[in-house]
Design a protein around this ligand. Structure first.
Ligand code: HEM
Length: 239
């Protein structure tokens, strides 16, 4: 109700800002989660502080994600429904790239819910579900690059690079210490997997959202391309 009273331009700015914030917090959560596994914390940073930070940062990511989804759905400019936000690839607005956002959201909800119920469902089930975080993060990055209006903006690209380096460093640290498991085959596979996903998304970005004409190629409904209202001249951009 409150969001309906806000103008479309403000909603669009909020969608973009909250999307970036959600990604930053998700990145911080993944890095903190990995360092918690390795018990990086020491005298200066006791383990319960890292664990508390990890939990609170994750919950804050969910808050910003809620705002991101609420404003995207409330914005009358783009035809995005509540169902599009949770059911992948059913929408009409940039369906593939928005669908990736829906998958990342579903995974994040599963991660948060199973973590809150950790003591009820048992450590093994919780741990198995938590592996999904390694899929949630790159899928969210892929969604942001594919759907976002700011993928060609320098400082936003810097954020994507910083987030990627942070996660890769944390993962690299985990794989090269005893916390990466004892099987060298599994470690090698995980390292190759991370490198392959990073290279694939980067190569795709250079062919896709970083090139002109992405707004059309990404599946923006034709009626929204090159519109005449204040909002349509600026939203969505991205080529
Ligand atoms: C974990 C889940 C998600 C994360 C981390 C995330 C993050 C992001 C990021 C970083 C952007 C780029 C913003 C920009 O370029 O300025 C973005 C764009 C967008 N996201 Fe998400 N998102 C998620 C899920 C969703 C879902 C479920 C929806 C469905 C409502 C959604 C709707 C959008 C829309 C419409 C845009 C384009 C906004 C624009 O025009 O720039 N996102 N998202």
């Amino acid at each position: 109700m409150i969001l309906a009273a806000v103008n479309s331009q403000d909603l669009w700015y909020t969608t973009r800002g909250s999307g970036i914030m959600a990604l930053l917090l998700l990145t911080a959560s993944v890095v903190l989660g990995i360092s918690q596994i390795g018990r990086v914390s020491g005298q200066s940073m006791p383990r319960f502080v890292v664990a508390g930070l990890h939990r609170n940062v994750s919950l804050l990511a969910v808050v910003f994600l809620g705002l991101h989804i609420a404003t995207a759905v409330a914005d009358p400019f783009a035809p995005i429904t509540v169902a599009d936000s949770f059911v992948p690839f059913v929408g009409t607005y940039r369906p593939i790239w928005l669908g990736l956002g829906a998958i990342a959201t579903d995974l994040l909800i599963a991660l948060v819910v199973t973590s809150l119920l950790r003591y009820r469902i048992g450590f093994r089930t919780w741990r198995a579900t938590h592996w999904a975080s390694y899929a949630c993060w790159p899928i969210a990055v892929w969604h942001g690059l594919g759907t976002g209006s700011d993928s060609r903006v320098g400082w936003v690209q810097l954020i994507y690079v910083v987030c990627t380096v942070a996660v890769l460093v944390a993962l690299g640290w985990r794989l090269t210490t005893r916390w990466g498991g004892t099987d060298p085959g599994q470690r090698t596979l995980a390292a190759f997997g991370a490198a392959a996903v990073t290279i694939a998304i980067t190569a795709w970005a250079f062919q896709g959202p970083l090139r002109p004409g992405w707004a059309k190629r990404s599946g923006t409904p034709s009626g929204l391309l090159g519109g005449t209202t204040t909002t349509t001249t600026t939203s969505p951009s991205g080529g």
